[in-house]
Design a binder for this molecule. Structure first.
Ligand code: ARG
Length: 393
């Protein structure tokens, strides 16, 4: 498994007031520079300084929040889809902090993002951490995940421990798990059917493919990353774009530690698996990826192919260059996991990732991913899989 570069982690402890203020100053300066019409930055900074002095934190304006969330996307060194960073719908849900409200708004997020198949990039930003008052978090990598995906093992275990009855059939959608702030027991919520669009997988030339009974969901909504803007931490801020086919066809369904379907696909297509050198894995990958793109197209669900997305990414690099901005990029994540050298992004290097760059989406630090430690001490940390330095994609 290939891993390179840094994995910036969110802080485990709140920033001291002077550090908040310093981070706020950097952010407000950037906000003012990129939003010249937004009003007097000196006045705004004085206001923020007063709030930080009194409360140890401050409240972003809706404009600052939207800008911060979009720039966090723009700064994501592992994302190939950043051309559209400025077109993300930002849902200001900072007033929502109880698990029921969060779950309900996550479902609404999925409906808005799904948009009948014309996927829209959306982020929902729930309440931030405040001094002495950690906010609620979402447990699990994405809003929608399947119970029989090996990556879900710990979330399945936790859901069952909380009383969820399920996980018996293939491609069963897991319930949403919300961890209230302050270490109370997580709650689980069955995701309503109308919030999850799924695509049954068929192959453009092989009718038998449908009989494999494969499917995938439409909206990849990452829910285990912390959004950090100007010294303020938003630990529940699920965001989504649309899929690039290879994420499903080359990784989710093909990785040996995921659905591991290459042998199955090879058998279906009658490939000679006697030796690695027949390139049966490579052929099976292509067929699986063809099935994914074909099926999403048939279902009218937005999906990018890796060639188009590579070209768009280079357009993004060029456009950012015209604005005088670097594009921090992790080559090992940007090059697609299929036909790397046949895509344009392969053939060059980029500005290196910068772990200190903010606003940013960060991985949660170990202590904060410890959902049941409060209820059953001594148990191994249930969601620590998310910290394994592998490339989940
Ligand atoms: N790689 C993840 C998955 O396969 C999704 C990560 C975000 N992807 C995206 N296209 N926005 O589920």
């Amino acid at each position: 498994m290939h891993f390179s570069g840094t994995t910036p982690l969110a802080r485990r402890h709140p920033l001291a007031p002077d550090a908040v203020l310093e981070a706020a100053a950097v952010f407000l300066r950037q906000f003012a520079a990129e939003n010249p019409a937004a009003g007097d930055p000196h006045r705004r900074f004085a206001e923020v300084a007063g709030e930080v002095e009194r409360y140890g934190t401050y409240v972003h304006t809706p404009e600052e929040l939207a800008f911060g969330a979009r720039v966090a996307w723009r700064n994501s060194a592992r994302c190939i889809g950043r051309l559209y960073w400025n077109n993300m719908t930002v849902r200001d849900m900072r007033h929502v902090e109880d698990p029921d409200g969060i779950a309900e708004q996550c479902f609404e997020h999925l409906r808005l993002a799904t948009n009948g198949g014309r996927i829209r990039p959306v982020i929902s930003v729930f309440a931030p951490d405040r001094p002495g008052r950690p906010a609620a978090t979402l447990l699990g990598e994405q809003l929608v995940r399947y119970a029989d995906d090996p990556r879900s093992a710990q979330r399945v275990e936790l859901a069952k421990e909380l009383g969820w009855k399920g996980g018996e059939t293939p491609f069963e959608v897991l319930p949403l798990l919300v961890q209230p702030g302050g270490g109370r027991r997580p709650e689980f919520y069955e995701i309503p059917e109308d919030a999850v669009l799924e695509v049954p997988l068929t192959h453009p030339r092989h009718p038998e493919f449908a009989a494999l009974g494969l499917r995938w969901y439409a909206v990849p909504a990452v829910s285990d990353m912390v959004l950090e803007i100007g010294g303020v931490t938003y630990p529940a801020a699920p965001f989504n774009g649309w899929y690039m086919g290879t994420e499903i066809g080359s990784r989710n369904l093909a990785d040996a530690d995921r659905y591991d379907l290459l042998p199955t696909v090879a058998a279906l297509f009658g490939l000679d698996t006697a030796s690695d050198r027949t390139l049966w894995r490579d052929r099976a990958l292509v067929e699986l990826n063809a099935a994914v793109l074909h099926s999403y197209d048939q279902a009218g669900v937005t999906i990018a192919d890796h060639h188009t997305e590579s070209t768009r990414f280079l357009a993004h690099v060029e456009r950012e260059g015209r604005h005088g901005r670097p594009v921090p990029t992790d080559w090992s994540w940007i090059v697609p996991p299929l036909s790397g050298s046949a895509t344009a992004v392969f053939h060059r290097y980029y500005d290196p990732p910068d772990p200190d760059l903010r606003p940013a989406f960060l991985h949660r630090a170990p202590a904060a991913t410890c959902p049941v430690a409060h209820t059953s001490p001594g148990r191994p940390e249930p969601l620590d899989e998310y910290l394994v330095p592998k490339r989940p994609g």
